[in-house]
Design a protein around this ligand. Structure first.
Ligand SMILES: [Fe+2]
Length: 483
């Protein structure tokens, strides 16, 4: 049963190149549906109650200029589980830009690979970029927030209907923009975020309090514009990043988008008290790298431990044209890695947790964000031209053991958040939930796995009457949070 059917448009890159991120498992879908009474293989556990939500790019109109995977309009796909039953729904995130393009009936913005000069302003900082809210979905204080990696407005969604409720301003206390991966501390009700951009102030750090307003916001000094993607919190601190990957400013002045990785600069991690002032930040230096995603961080005594998926060589292989460079930069090549920051000496120690396996999009038991975690649940990245997640990996920090589940030939998954079962007592007492799309069949399903036994394979597969394009980040909202 389909609601609000939309015209099916052919979405092509204007360069007429076969851009793989517009084809096959990445091709956008144009129907927004709600589907119940779905076919289940196995049995949906009755103690799995809540919603799995996943965001991702879904170009709605024919693309202007070159297409980058990160350009598509935000679309959230959700599977709601209740007493052994499941309901699927997908909806666009109706941002201001989405509404403007809906009225115009066409794309008004080019993507990040084009000169933005002729575009309308699109962010609080006045950047001429389309804020698509296509990157992550965060749950905070009863609302789902759809967020964007280049910093835009967090868009509030109803977690069940997926209706866009509007740009979240935290009762008009949010000035500026908001990055993709804020951190929520469930115990205090606080939400920690940053805002970055190509012009000073290059980095702002803030806290939304339990009362739902921005209670703290400071400008932090960086040597120049950076592209920070994620952050961490501990009981007492936040950890921010200054990594030596940035946009080439000479190229930007000529209207070209080019990234530079400067091996001559260290990676720097800024440790600041949760409500600290700018002068209280302490920078810890480490070997140059890029980091998309933090697993988790915590402190014990005078030491902060932070686990991440670390990219050692964040630069394109070879020259090639813009499409080849985009594909090369987008290729995730990360390893599980641990930092330790000694708050007494200011020294950093660092090393691989797993030097061999390319894994990314980590998730943990969200109830333990900022506190020591034993398990990390990552996706396994296939060695391919584009980003394809061919399996799930569970890391055990205590024993060093690794469990794996492979989706099978030509089948690719999504970020798989930990979904605690009702009454869950531990950080593997529950399930992992992920969409899986079959490249050859053009079909999708949700797989439910036991978080304590990934190798056993899915306990249930729920078939979806529409393909779910591969996308970005996901979250799990427990049924007790929905009430
Ligand atoms: Fe991300």
């Amino acid at each position: 049963m389909s609601e609000k059917p939309m015209a099916v448009a052919t979405v092509l890159d204007e360069q007429d190149e076969a851009n793989p991120y517009l084809l096959g498992v990445y091709a956008p879908v144009h129907e927004q549906i709600t589907a119940e009474n779905l076919k289940v293989i196995g049995e949906i556990p009755r103690d799995l109650n809540g919603v799995y939500l996943r965001n991702g790019p879904n170009a709605r109109h024919p693309v202007r200029g070159r297409y980058h995977w990160f350009d598509g309009d935000g679309m959230v796909h959700a599977m709601h589980f209740e007493n052994g039953r499941a309901r699927y729904r997908n909806r666009y995130v109706r941002t201001r830009a989405f509404e403007a393009e809906s009225s115009a009936g066409e794309s008004l913005w080019t993507g990040v690979m084009e000169n933005p000069k002729g575009n309308p302003p699109g962010t609080a900082r006045g950047l001429r970029l389309k804020d698509s809210a296509n990157t992550d979905v965060i749950f905070h204080q009863g609302r789902v927030l759809a967020t964007w990696y280049l910093c835009g407005s967090p868009y509030s969604l109803d977690p069940l209907s997926l209706e866009t409720l509007g740009a979240e301003t935290f009762l008009d206390t949010l000035t500026g923009d908001f990055m993709a991966h804020p951190k929520v501390d469930e115990r205090t009700g606080e939400l920690f975020w940053f805002d970055y951009g190509p012009r000073a102030p290059y980095l702002r750090y803030g806290v939304v309090g339990a009362g739902g307003t921005v209670e703290h916001c400071v400008e932090l000094e960086l040597p120049g514009a950076r592209l920070p993607h994620d952050m961490a919190i501990t009981d007492e601190h936040a950890v921010l990043m200054d990594l030596p990957l940035y946009q080439d400013l000479d190229a930007a002045r000529q209207g070209r988008y080019k990234l530079t990785f400067d091996r001559g600069l260290p990676a720097r991690f800024g440790v600041i008290p949760r409500r600290g002032q700018a002068h209280q930040i302490r920078w810890f230096e480490a070997k140059p790298c890029y980091i998309y995603h933090v697993v988790n961080a915590w402190e014990s005594g005078d030491e902060i431990t932070m686990d991440v998926c670390r990219v050692g060589r964040p630069a394109p292989a070879g020259d090639g044209g813009p499409l080849a460079r985009m594909l090369s930069y987008l290729r995730l090549d990360a390893r599980m890695y641990r930092y330790r920051f000694d708050l007494r000496t200011g020294r950093t120690s660092e090393g691989f947790v797993d030097e061999d396996h390319n894994t990314e999009f980590p998730s943990i038991d969200a109830r333990r964000t900022g506190r020591a975690t034993r398990y990390s649940y990552n996706v396994s990245v296939k060695d391919a031209e584009t980003n394809l997640f061919d399996g799930l990996v569970r890391y055990d920090n205590v024993t060093g053991a690794k469990q794996e589940h492979r989706f099978g030939e030509h089948r690719y998954g999504s970020e798989a958040p930990f979904a605690p079962r009702d009454g869950s007592a531990g950080e593997d007492d529950g399930y992992l939930v992920t969409f899986v799309t079959d490249e050859r069949e053009g079909t999708s399903e949700v797989q439910i796995l036991s978080a304590s036994d990934l190798a056993a394979g899915p306990v249930a597969r729920v078939l979806i009457p529409q393909r779910v394009p591969l996308g970005f980040h996901a979250t799990w909202v427990r049924s007790d949070q929905l009430r």
